[in-house]
Every structure is written in structure tokens, then in C-alpha cells.
Ligand binder design. Structure first.
Ligand SMILES: [Zn+2]
Length: 252
């Protein structure tokens, strides 16, 4: 049986002289891996070799989900060409799909996450104007990472202390706030001693975490701090640092 879907390539490796093994994140299907026979031939049903971030309409057969699916058609759209022009934006895009690949299961559909990923990639692809570009890119990456955590059921608690449930009201500069991956969220000053892995969070960053809408106006320093917390959180969650993490940290 053939299935049609909208999909983006999140991994592509050569299988032979002419074929590739491709992992897609598809809107209705979720993540799955398929063989694209003949995809590297000049003329194929796939509009040329399939590269990471290629996206469009696919047709595939997955009658036995224990084995690789077979890709039969791929109509590629060509609109993410700007990603390769800015190394930091490209690394952020690669980081986003690395995290998505690590935290989602095969054939587990996440249509909203698919839309968020496409929107994220489109937005950083379209960013022009060097002055604000980096800040904007980090802001979009942070929002995507929280969407990802929410979609896979791992969203941290960000507006009250996970341990004592004291609400984090924000805006008071004297407040001491911490983030703990072990607790999966915000920890207050009274409870921090119980959480050795905690990281101190600045007031500005804590306010943004409690209300993610504030990220849009946050300065680059605050965004960098939040991204570092997220990288440390993903490292804890995955049990290892994400491969691209060092490239993101170098760019902060
Ligand atoms: Zn507390």
C-alpha cells in the first residue's frame, strides 16, 4: 500500500552508487527511514539526490514497518536555500533536527511539531539584516526547543518551584531562581540546596522562562543564557551532549 505525506529529510546517507537511505520527518506519519532506489541517478522520481532539509510531497510503501520503507516519489520544494548562507543559522537548523531525531520515535506522528519545525526553518531561512540576525535566530531556536519538549511530553515546569510549588512571580531583582534538569524545572532559593545539578538563572532569564512571550524582547545575553540552560538540559535528558551542541555554544 502506498502512503502520501508531506515530509522533510532529517538524515540522508549513501547506500550504493545510485541509492540513498533517507530518514524523513513526515507530518502524518512521524519519523521513518526509507530506501530511495536510484535517487542519485540524474533522472529519478525524487528530483535529484535527497539532501538534509529537502522537503515536499512524498509517496512511500511501508507494508512491513520492521524493515526500511521504500520511497517511490518525492516532489521537492526548493525554498530553504538561504540556510547554507549563514553558518550559525545552519548549525541551529542542524541542531534542531538532531534534537528532534533524538527525542521522537519511529512512526509516532507529531503534526504540530512538523508544522513548528517547518516554520522554524522557514523563519531562520528568511532572516536578513545582519544586526539583529543572530539574536533572532537564537530566539527562534529557543522557542522551537520548548515546542519540541512540550510535544514529546518533557516540558519543564517554568513558572513555579517544582519542589515546593511556590509560584515564581518574576520581576523582583532580589529573587534567586535556579533551574534543575533533575527536577525538570525551576527551583526556588529555599529548595536549591537539595538539587546539586541546579544552575543559577538571571532574573531576566527567569522572567522569560515564566512567560515565553517575553523572549521576543529579551536581549542577546539573556537569550544566550537560556540557550545554555537548554543545552545542558538536553545533555541531561539524552545522557550525552548533542553532537551539534559545541557549535551552538561557540556561537553564543
Ligand atoms: Zn521551592
Amino acid at each position: 500500500m502506498l502512503t502520501k505525506d508531506s515530509a522533510i529529510c532529517i538524515r540522508a546517507v549513501d547506500y550504493s552508487e545510485t541509492s540513498q537511505v533517507v530518514t524523513f520527518f513526515a507530518k502524518a506519519t512521524g519519523k521513518f527511514t526509507a530506501i530511495a532506489k536510484g535517487s542519485k541517478r540524474p533522472k529519478s522520481a525524487f528530483d535529484g539526490p535527497i539532501e538534509i532539509f529537502s522537503f515536499g510531497k512524498i509517496v512511500f510503501s511501508d507494508s512491513d514497518r520492521e524493515k526500511l520503507a521504500t520511497l517511490t516519489e518525492f516532489q521537492q520544494e526548493h525554498s530553504l536555500t538561504g540556510l547554507s548562507k549563514d553558518l550559525f543559522a545552519l548549525n541551529c537548523a542542524l541542531f534542531a533536527i538532531e534534537l528532534l531525531n533524538s527525542l521522537t520515535d519511529d512512526y509516532d506522528p507529531h503534526p504540530q511539531l512538523f508544522d513548528s519545525l517547518m516554520q522554524f526553518l522557514q523563519n531562520i531561512n528568511d532572516l536578513r539584516g545582519p544586526s539583529d540576525e543572530r539574536r533572532e535566530t537564537i530566539c527562534l531556536l529557543i522557542l522551537f526547543q520548548f515546542t519540541l519538549l512540550k510535544e514529546v511530553g518533557l516540558m519543564p515546569i517554568l513558572n513555579f518551584c517544582v519542589n515546593c510549588k511556590t509560584r515564581y512571580e518574576g520581576r523582583a531583582t532580589s529573587d534567586e531562581v535556579y533551574f534543575s534538569s533533575a527536577a525538570n524545572g525551576i527551583i526556588c532559593r529555599d529548595c536549591e540546596a537539595n538539587f546539586p545539578d541546579k544552575i543559577r538563572v538571571s532574573t531576566a532569564a527567569a522572567n522569560c522562562l515564566a512567560d515565553l512571550k517575553l523572549l521576543a524582547q529579551a536581549n542577546e545575553k539573556t537569550l544566550n543564557q537560556i540557550e545554555k540552560i537548554l543545552i545542558s538540559h538536553f545533555t541531561y535528558t539524552l545522557g550525552r551532549p548533542p553532537k551539534l551542541a559545541k557549535h551552538i555554544l561557540n556561537g553564543l
